[in-house]
Design a protein around this ligand. Sequence first.
Ligand SMILES: [Fe+2]
Length: 271
Amino acid sequence: MVHKILFVTDPHICAPGQRIIGLDPSLRLAAVLDAAILAHPDAAALVLLGDLTHHGLAAEYEELDRILGAVSVPIIPMIGNHDRRDAFLARFPDAPQTPQGHIQTWRDIGDHRIITMDSLDGPPYHHGQHAGLLCPDRLAFLEDALATRAGRHAIVCIHHPPFDTGVIGMDRIKLRNGSDVIDLLARHANLHLVCGHLHQTVSGNTRGVPWTVFKSPCHQGVVELVKQSSSLSTDEPGAYGLGLLSANGLIIHSIDVGTGARVVDGYAAAT
Ligand SMILES: [Fe+2]
């Protein structure tokens, strides 16, 4: 049996009317969710990979809550560097939390364990600090989640990549203790790491740990290998991720939305 899960990362919801590089984050997220759920209403879960809001403000979480109200698929929320735990939990008090207050959990779906981590570094929060952290409590949680999965495949979701991608502005604000996290993951077989933060579709492996990064529904990142900036953005189409989970393993697709692209049966069109 194949189970589907949907991935959406970095919607950066603002208060109504505000825009990011001319894009309306609410309209962009709603369009991506509509497309994803229309195509995959049978998905077992929707993982939100963090940076749910742009400033971590109450009004932004209120707007996010309004948009998510139309979603029929069970949601697993994560937070990122643009989020704030207190404001998030004030609006979403039922979100999974650890006794230490981190917004993270694991859920078994078929032959897979989905592990969703909280990589927000703080409080205290420092202006302009966008790198992430998995503290000792969170590393212990991750180790436990992987060690107790009884043969299941694992999908480990962390907003901040613990690896470099060559986009040097973003590599400077990755997970601060990324090397420790890769060490931990490399000790466990049969897992796939899924991240956000970059606003780009990227895949690779680091010291044998395979990973995928998804684009945002809203503004996208730029493959900039020279400049140090971490704020370069482009208005390419938004996207969502689709995971196909089976006993054999995991297949991942990244699907653009709102391109205006047609789907044409090429054989039929050629006759
Ligand atoms: Fe982001």
